[in-house]
Design a protein around this ligand. Structure first.
Ligand code: ZN
Length: 169
């Protein structure tokens, strides 16, 4: 069985909440997610926060095209491009904020941090995550993200706008 991870990151890539805000957010989050491991993570530098199996496509910041890279939708070029990008991110030879990539759609060289994601994913220095969360609003089953109201409580605790990423591995 796959593992579900709910990741919550600031909309602002560079934002890192204070230790007090983090501790507060963890306790607020704990009330919403009754079961499942919860963790607040701070990264030294920008980190790519992926959605595991849910990753499908990027939006090119240069030409605006959607660039799918799955075997079902993506061109060979796009699939190769994504594999190289994924390896570069994993190998960490270059910090993410300095990473440039050549887009398979139009050949433009763009900063990795400028890519838009046509999927729930992002770049951040802070992440709040819950592994296999059991969320109280999850009445129908299968819904593993927070309600708008819950998210807004967490936004108050962390002092920033947040993005939810439902990942599966
Ligand atoms: Zn392009």
């Amino acid at each position: 069985m796959s593992t579900r991870v709910l990741k919550i990151i600031p909309a602002d890539q560079e934002y890192v909440p204070s230790p007090e805000q983090q501790a507060n957010a963890v306790s607020v989050f704990r009330e919403m997610v009754r079961y499942g491991e919860i963790e607040a993570r701070v990264y030294q530098d920008l980190e790519f926060i992926d959605a595991g199996q849910y990753c499908e496509a990027f939006l090119c910041p240069s030409c605006g095209n959607r660039v799918p890279f799955t075997p079902f939708e993506g061109t060979d070029l796009a699939q190769d491009w994504y594999r190289d990008l994924d390896q570069a991110i994993t190998a960490r030879t270059t910090p993410i904020r300095q990473c440039q990539t050549t887009m398979p759609c139009c050949g433009a060289s763009v900063a990795l941090t400028s890519l838009q994601f046509d999927m729930p994913a992002g770049i951040a220095r802070f992440e709040l995550c819950a592994v296999d969360p059991d969320i109280e609003t999850d009445v129908k089953g299968g819904v593993t993200t927070l309600s708008a109201e819950q998210l807004s409580k967490l936004e108050d605790a962390l002092g920033c706008k947040l993005i939810q990423i439902e990942a599966r591995y």
